[in-house]
Design a protein around this ligand. Structure first.
Ligand code: FE2
Length: 277
């Protein structure tokens, strides 16, 4: 790894694309594990199952509780009115998260691979911990749009320190909904903070009213095995998957353990117990 060059490029662009970062076999093994977890999950009483009362509050609570376990998030409309899935659980899900990297041995090894240790060192992340992980399924024809956002909205620290690693488990193309981002777009302010409300539930606080725009955004089409590094302030998004092929990705997010991590952040972990790479 050309460490100086990588670090400079990351600072200038706000993202990096590293091809052939993970082997095809490692990507396949992770996807297989995700499918096993999904299909073994007992979703009786899951908040995504249609409920007559309090659906939104129950879904929010399920999300807020997911930081320290392996939770399952279904696609909108995955269940019919009788509470039955329209297809198998795996193909009904949007994502799985948010502590896969700490609770599942295969996800742990993938998140802390030798090449990941090397990359973290190249980017100067010695004090960083992995705080969140997600398996994003983006199934064929089902995976929806992810609106423009900054990852630091969900992992707010003072000073800002959020950095994401997005691993393509399959080829990501415009047709199956690859990431889009603007080179250098991270030289901007954090727009919003998604946090817990004092009385329960969650809210989004506006920090800077400047609207997001697609201007200058380019598609990050990458091959299976690639790693995309994303600065926490870099606005990015992805389009719906209109193709017949899924676009699975695994993402981890890291923060500096020496930065201030407000209590109000949605994700609550005991920071001192979290591990780096
Ligand atoms: Fe993101």
């Amino acid at each position: 790894m050309q460490t100086n060059h990588l670090y400079r490029q990351y600072q200038q662009q706000g993202y990096l694309v590293l091809e052939n970062f993970n082997t095809v076999a490692a990507c396949d093994a992770l996807m297989q594990r995700g499918e096993i977890l999904a299909n073994a999950y007992n979703f009786d009483g899951h908040p995504s199952v249609f409920q007559t009362t309090n659906q939104e509050a129950t879904s929010t609570d399920y999300f807020l509780d997911s930081g320290s376990n392996i939770s399952f998030f279904f696609e909108k409309d995955a269940f019919d009115a009788a509470g039955k899935l329209k297809t198998d659980p795996f193909h009904s899900m949007n994502k799985i998260g948010h502590a896969l990297h700490d609770l599942d041995p295969l996800f742990d090894a993938f998140s802390r691979s030798p090449q990941m240790k090397e990359l973290a060192a190249a980017l100067g992340l010695d004090n960083y911990v992995i705080i969140q992980s997600m398996l994003i399924l983006k199934h064929a024809r089902v995976g929806g749009v992810v609106d423009i956002h900054q990852d630091a909205t969900f992992l707010y620290t003072e000073p800002g320190s959020c950095i994401g690693f997005w691993f393509a488990l399959e080829d990501a193309t415009i047709a199956n909904g690859c990431l889009w981002a603007k080179p250098g777009g991270h030289h901007t302010n954090l727009r919003t903070w998604f946090r817990r409300k004092a009385g329960g539930g969650a809210e989004t606080i506006v920090l800077d009213k400047e609207p997001f725009s697609m201007e200058g955004m380019i598609p990050l089409e990458v091959k299976k095995g690639s790693c995309v590094v994303l600065h926490g302030l870099l606005p990015h998004c992805s389009m719906p998957n209109t193709s017949g092929r899924s676009r699975q990705a695994y993402a981890i997010h890291c923060i500096d353990r020496t930065a201030h991590y407000p209590e109000a952040n949605w994700l609550r972990r005991e920071l001192s117990s979290l591990k780096g790479f």
